[in-house]
Design a protein around this ligand. Structure first.
Ligand code: C2E
Ligand code: MG
Ligand code: MG
Ligand code: MG
Length: 278
């Protein structure tokens, strides 16, 4: 297992599309054991205000600390967990754990706790009737207000089931915020904006990558911030890696950003502010 320099230090399993049902079953079974053994951990990536770098939220991202294989990233096990249904239990654990961690940060005096945590919720979780109760429990058990949680969903996940939109409306009524993740890469971005009670658009990294270079992705990034503003939503630029991108996004009107330039996902993201200022 070799760590990659610039990327995240993981990726052990063979690519998802090469995997057979046996491989899926093995990973699924191991994953359930891993959950019980405490081998799943969350890291948190800062979401910051432009241009100040002030921390406005952290996104919880799951990692699997495999005793033999090292750290495995979500792309290598979330799709399997989606297929075999483990995601429901795993996703509930992730919601509880992210809320538990936020409550701990909030309880520390003068800790500069992030105002909110965002948690990714996948298609199958969203389509299950229990999601709303799971979210409510995670908040209640940890004594958190609903507004301190944002649920991130992709357009594709919402699109897959009629029940998903209903669940999002119930979360919205509860006061939980909703962000549309990887916005602009799904099937029905603009249609969804008519029916989903979303508070934020997370503009996909593919548009952000080219923002300083101009061209079509830059035009799309410039247009999406207008769409968000027009609908009274906020927009987060995802995957910002350079000062040039950050400056250009700010010039276009973006007030929120996330990316390696501001901070990588870590177990304690609160030092990101200081790093940026220095
Ligand atoms: P996402 O929700 O769009 O999360 C952003 C991903 O981009 C994360 O990868 C993050 O580490 C990476 N990233 C952030 N900034 C940069 C950057 O500047 N450059 C580059 N190259 N990458 C950046 P990660 O943690 O590997 O997660 C991948 C995807 O797996 C997530 O995409 C999300 O869809 C899914 N995922 C992660 N954690 C969870 C979870 O707890 N539950 C569910 N259902 N899905 C999760
Ligand atoms: Mg996300
Ligand atoms: Mg995203
Ligand atoms: Mg993305």
């Amino acid at each position: 297992y070799a760590a990659k320099g610039a990327g995240e230090p993981y990726r052990w399993y063979v690519a998802d599309f090469d995997r057979g049902a046996d491989e899926d079953a093995r990973i699924g079974a191991e994953l359930r054991t891993a959950m019980d053994a405490g081998h799943l951990r969350l890291v948190y990536q800062p979401i910051v205000e432009l241009p100040t770098g002030r921390l406005v939220a952290v996104e919880a991202l799951v990692r699997w600390h495999h005793p033999e294989r090292g750290v495995i990233g979500p792309a290598d096990f979330i799709p399997v967990a989606e297929r075999d249904g483990t995601i429901v239990e795993l996703g509930a654990w992730i919601l509880r754990e992210a809320c538990r961690q936020l409550a701990i940060w909030r309880a520390e005096p003068g800790s500069g706790a992030p105002p909110r945590v965002t948690v990714n919720v996948s298609a199958r979780q969203l389509a299950r009737p229990g999601l709303v109760d799971t979210v409510r429990d995670a908040l209640t058990v940890n004594g958190l207000p609903a507004a301190s949680l944002t649920v991130e969903v992709t357009e594709t996940a919402v699109f897959e089931s009629g029940r998903s939109v209903e669940a999002l409306h119930r979360l919205d009524e509860m006061g939980v915020r909703i962000a549309l993740d990887d916005f602009g890469t799904g099937h029905s971005s603009l249609t969804l904006l008519q029916t989903v009670p979303a508070h934020a658009l997370k503009v996909d990294k593919s548009f952000v990558d080219q923002v300083a270079a101009g061209g079509r992705p830059a035009v799309i990034a410039a247009t999406l911030i207008k769409v968000a503003e027009g609908l009274g939503m906020s927009a987060v630029a995802e995957g910002v890696e350079t000062a040039e991108q950050a400056a250009e996004l700010h010039r276009l009107g973006y007030q929120l950003a996330q990316g390696y330039y501001f901070g990588r996902p870590t177990e304690n993201p609160r030092s990101a502010d200081a790093a940026l200022a220095g």
